[in-house]
Design a protein around this ligand. Structure first.
Ligand SMILES: [Zn+2]
Length: 301
C-alpha cells in the first residue's frame, strides 16, 4: 500500500507541477475505492476504460510516443504490476517481455488477462517475422477482434470486482454496440468498392483487412533491412500504379520522407493513419478507427 502511494505520487508529480500534497491525497483515496488496472499499451487502456469507466484506475506501462514493438519494462513498471488488481496485455507476441515480467513479480491476487484469447491469429509474412514474431500482433485494429479483447477484459474485471458486475456488463454492451455499428457501416461501404488494395507505411492493418476483405501493401516491408533496392522500390511503385493508388498512408513513426518520395513517384498524396499503438491527436479508439476507415474508403472508392 505504502509503495502504491509513492508510485502514484511520482506519477502525479511528473505530470504536473500543481499542488503535490493535494494530488497525493486524492490519489490515495482513489487507490482504495477503484480497481487498479495495469495495461501494457494504449489500445488496452481504451478498452479497459470503456468497460470500467470511473470504477477503475488505469496505469499504462508503455509511455505515450514510445514504439511498443521494442519496449522493455523498467523497475517502476514491475512495481505497478505488483500493486495492481488486474494486468492486461494484448498477446500474439506484442509484449515479448510479459512472461519474464510475470514470473519476476510477487502478486498472488493479480488477475492476468491475455486479451487475444479466442482470436484466430494471422501468421506474419516472411519479411515481418523479425520485427513481429510468428504472428501479426495488431489485433486491436480489427473492430471484431477489439470486441473479443474487450470481452476478455470485461470478464476479468467481473472476476476481480464481482460487486460491480452489472456495471461492467452494461458498459461492455454499450461499447460493443459502437464497434458493431462502425463495422456494419464500413462492411457495406467496402463491399461496394472494386479496388481492395491500399499502400501504407507500417504493416499494422492485417486484421483490419481481414474484417473487410481488403489488402494492405506496406512500404515498411519494402524498406526493411536498410536502404531499399531499386528493384523493390520499382515493385511497389508498379503495384501502386496498377491499383491506381491515390493515397500513400503513413503512421506517426514511419518516415514521412520515404512516403513522400513514393507518393511523388506514383502521383499520390500522403495521409496520416492511426495504428493506435500510442494515443495520437487526442482521439479515442472509436474516433481513430472511424478516421482510419473513412480515409481508406475514400482512397478506394
Ligand atoms: Zn505495430
Amino acid at each position: 500500500m505504502f509503495l502504491t502511494c509513492i508510485i502514484f505520487t511520482l506519477v502525479g508529480c511528473s505530470k504536473s507541477t500543481l499542488n503535490m500534497n493535494e494530488e497525493a491525497t486524492s490519489n490515495v483515496k482513489n487507490d482504495k475505492s477503484k480497481l487498479q488496472v495495469v495495461v501494457s499499451f494504449n489500445p488496452l487502456k481504451e478498452f479497459a476504460e470503456a468497460v470500467g469507466k470511473d470504477k477503475i484506475q488505469v496505469t499504462t506501462v508503455i509511455p505515450e510516443g514510445v514504439e511498443p514493438h521494442d519496449f522493455e519494462p523498467k523497475i517502476k513498471d514491475m512495481k505497478s504490476i505488483s500493486d495492481a488488481d488486474l494486468f492486461v496485455y494484448s498477446g500474439f507476441g506484442m509484449e515479448t517481455w510479459v512472461d519474464k515480467t510475470l514470473t519476476s513479480i510477487d502478486n498472488k491476487n493479480l488477475v492476468v488477462v491475455n486479451s487475444s484469447l479466442g482470436i484466430s491469429p494471422i501468421k506474419s509474412g516472411v519479411d515481418e517475422v523479425k520485427e513481429h514474431g510468428q504472428f501479426d500482433p495488431h489485433i486491436w485494429l480489427s473492430l471484431k477482434d477489439a470486441k473479443i479483447q474487450t470481452k476478455n477484459i470485461k470478464n476479468a474485471m467481473v472476476k476481480a470486482d464481482k460487486k460491480n458486475e452489472v456495471y461492467y456488463e452494461k458498459n461492455y454492451e454499450e461499447f460493443s454496440k459502437k464497434l458493431d455499428k462502425l463495422y456494419s457501416e464500413y462492411n457495406t461501404k467496402f463491399a461496394g468498392v472494386k479496388n481492395k488494395n491500399f499502400v501504407t507505411g507500417h504493416a499494422a492493418f492485417g486484421y483490419l483487412c481481414r474484417d473487410f476483405g481488403l489488402i494492405q501493401n506496406s512500404v515498411e516491408d519494402v524498406f526493411a533491412g536498410g536502404e531499399p533496392t531499386p528493384q523493390k522500390l520499382k515493385k511497389i511503385v508498379e503495384l501502386s500504379k496498377k491499383y491506381e493508388v491515390k493515397v500513400i498512408f503513413m503512421e506517426e513513426l514511419a518516415s514521412p520522407r520515404v512516403s513522400e518520395t513514393l507518393a511523388k513517384e506514383v502521383g499520390a498524396k500522403v495521409q496520416k493513419i492511426y495504428t493506435i499503438e500510442s494515443n495520437e491527436d487526442n482521439k479515442g479508439y472509436i474516433e481513430s478507427m472511424e478516421d482510419n476507415l473513412s480515409k481508406i474508403y475514400d482512397s478506394l472508392k
